[in-house]
Write a protein that binds this ligand. Sequence first.
Ligand SMILES: [Zn+2]
Ligand SMILES: [Zn+2]
Length: 460
Amino acid sequence: MPTKNELKKKVCEEIERRADEIIAAAKAIANNAETGFREVETAKLVAQTFTRAGIEYRDGLAITGVKGMLNGNGAGPTVAVLGELDALTIPDHPQAHPETGAAHACGHNGQIGMLLGVALGLKGSGVLSSLSGNIALMAVPAEEYIEIEYRNGLRQEGKLSFLGGKPELIKLGEFDDVDMAIMAHNGTIKEGRVSGARGGSSNGTVAKQIEFIGRSAHAGAAPEKGINALNAANIALAAIHAQRETFKDADTVRVHPIITKGGQSVNAVPADVRMETFVRGKTIEAITDANAKVDRALRAGAMAVGAKVRITTLPGYMPMTANPELRDLFRDNAVSLLGEDKVIPIDPTAHAAGSTDLGDLGHIMPVICGFAAGAIGTAHGNDFIMEDYTLAVINPAKIMAMMIIDLLADGASCAKDVLAKNKPPMTKAQYLESMEALLKVEEYGDDSEDNPPEQAGVIL
Ligand SMILES: [Zn+2]
Ligand SMILES: [Zn+2]
């Protein structure tokens, strides 16, 4: 029976041997970026790579997801390796898609490269016969919570239940046969651009779509006949800002509204003004508290000018907590591959104020997101470019393949230990129930003739 170290050596050699092909895939995805639930070509590339490697898969999951499966020699837990398929919309990014403006300014093309690297390495090296359990290779759609109107439209058409890929895959049962999930995210790390694991936790969020409905009138000749929805939105924005001193520092609340439609034409009183915002926080309680304050601020804007407001609150992402055992395993393998000096020390108390739907998965199973360097620029900025694909893709692919050997070799004793030590905070049913409870559409308005009393303040 080969030792874990011998198996790790074999799988790393295979990933190294296939490095050009893996990097080419990550580059091809950067050059044809697609946003969430539209990642058709990216998913096709994953499926074609699985086909060539003889890996069985299913596709079209949550519209564009792809799930391959590798089986070990004996029974044991299933470890999922995740790669996110989607890009952002950054039209002035140098690699932006000429028609859609989609660009990989969060480095998810690197994640798909890593996923393919793990897949090809495990399959081609022959190590699977020494493992107990399975590896689910999951290319997941739509991690970036954008294009809310488009996705909410898909939801209203019954094509989606949730607006993020992992929540949707949970709902569809695609994680029912998975026991734990690992992934790594690309970014810029200044201290020598090294790979390491990110510890700690991150914020959860709800998403809100807001419509202020006023009455149009001639902006010059008869503004008194109108109801100015833009003024309602402005007052609401000021009222939201007035809540900020009530947010506790420890809750890391973030509320960052944008106006997505400010009016129709300059000579008409704006009657249809739209906003979107997230309400983020460290705990569900913090999000709920801040969300109630945002709602009352929105109502205040409408009330002040006699407009109406329709507030749609959509479940976003749950707060995330990294699993300590998986985090240590990521770190230990990063150190053994690259050396102690190349791995940034973990701060388990570190908290990130951004959000990820890995947090949703973390409510029902142990999860970890490692962190891999290799990019330059600003995350989500027009200057974020993957520069060093060995750092960005090949190293983390090796680290995750090594983790899988640790977890599933020796009768999967390590994976079983992780599961024994960690009881997820929720069952799948509890998770889905708490997500569905967040969905709310509320209309609040005046009792003018355009907005009769029975319509004012109803919860729809
Ligand atoms: Zn991002
Ligand atoms: Zn990202």
